[in-house]
Design a binder for this molecule. Structure first.
Ligand code: CDP
Ligand code: CDP
Length: 230
C-alpha cells in the first residue's frame, strides 16, 4: 500500500480530530492537530498580555513568533498526542473557552498562518500523515491524496463540545459554546487569508447523525480506496 497524505478539514467541533486520530493510530501514520498550533499561539498571547480586548499586539507577536516552541509528544500511557508550548504540557490549557474565544482572531493573522503552514508542511514532507484543520486540503497539502470535509449542524457540534467540557469539569454553558462555535465559523469562513472552504476534490461528510464508530468505518473505507488497498 502506498503512503499517502490525508487532509481533514471542516467546521469547529464536528469530530475531525477524533476521526483523524483514530485513523492515524490504526494505520500507523503521524497525526497532527493543526488547530492545536493556533491554540498554542493564542495561549502564548493570553499569557504574555498580548491581547488588548479583541486586538492582538501584532508587533510584539511578530517578534515573539519565531521563538515560540510548539511541539507534539505522545503520552506514554495513553499513546495520545499532546501539545507542548515552550517545553510545558498545555493540552488542557489550549482547550479552554478562554482560548477558544480568541483563537480565530489569532488564526486570521497572515504572518501567523504563514509560519504555521510552513511548520505543517515540514511535518508532512514524508507523507504518512493525517492532519486536521481548516485549510489543510486547500493550502497546506493541496496535493493530498485523500481530502475530507466534515460538517454537522452548529447545535449538534455545540452539544458535543459541551459534553466534552462537562466531562472534564470545565466551565461554559451550552449557549456560550454555541455562540463560540458560530462566531468561529463566521470568522474562519470570512477571513482574507485561506478561509475555511471545501477543496474542490474533497469528499464531504455530514456526521450530524453518525456515531463515532460509524464515522471511523466510513473514513477507514475511504483510506483503503485512496491508498490503493482495494
Ligand atoms: O477543535 P475545534 O474545531 O474547536 O477547533 P480547532 O481545530 O482546535 O481550531 C481552533 C481554531 O484554529 C479554529 O477555529 C480556526 O480559527 C483556527 N484554525 C485555522 O485557522 N486553521 C487550521 N488549519 C486549524 C485551525
Ligand atoms: O476536531 P473537532 O473540533 O472537529 O472535533 P473533536 O474534538 O474531534 O470532536 C468534538 C466532540 O464530538 C468530541 O467529544 C467527540 O467525542 C464528539 N463526537 C464525535 O467526534 N463524532 C461523533 N459522531 C459524535 C461525537
Amino acid at each position: 500500500m502506498k503512503k499517502i497524505t490525508i487532509a481533514i478539514d471542516g467546521f469547529s467541533s464536528c469530530g475531525k480530530s477524533t476521526m483523524a486520530k483514530d485513523l492515524a493510530r490504526e494505520i500507523g501514520y503521524i497525526y497532527i492537530d493543526s488547530g492545536a498550533m493556533y491554540r498554542a499561539v493564542t495561549l502564548y498571547c493570553l499569557r504574555h498580555g498580548l491581547f488588548h480586548g479583541d486586538e492582538v499586539d501584532t508587533d510584539r507577536l511578530k517578534t515573539a513568533l519565531p521563538h515560540i516552541d510548539i511541539a507534539f509528544k505522545l503520552n506514554p500511557e495513553t499513546g495520545k498526542p499532546q501539545t507542548y508550548l515552550d517545553g510545558a504540557l498545555v493540552e488542557d490549557d489550549i482547550r479552554t473557552l478562554a482560548v477558544s474565544s480568541k483563537v480565530s482572531i489569532v488564526a486570521a493573522l497572515g504572518f501567523v498562518r504563514e509560519a504555521m503552514v510552513s511548520l505543517q508542511q515540514q511535518m508532512g514532507r514524508e507523507k504518512g500523515i493525517v492532519m486536521d484543520g481548516r485549510d489543510i486540503g486547500t493550502t497546506v497539502f493541496p496535493d493530498a491524496e485523500l481530502k475530507i470535509f466534515v460538517t454537522a449542524s452548529p447545535e449538534i457540534r455545540a452539544q458535543r463540545r459541551y459534553d466534552e467540557l462537562q466531562a472534564k469539569g470545565e466551565k461554559g454553558s451550552y449557549e456560550e459554546i454555541l455562540e463560540n462555535v458560530k462566531e468561529r465559523d463566521r470568522i474562519d469562513t470570512s477571513r482574507a487569508v485561506s478561509p475555511l472552504r471545501k477543496a474542490d476534490d474533497a469528499i464531504e461528510l455530514d456526521n450530524s447523525h453518525m456515531t463515532i464508530s460509524e464515522q471511523k468505518e466510513w473514513l477507514a473505507a475511504r483510506f483503503r480506496k485512496a491508498a490503493g488497498a482495494e
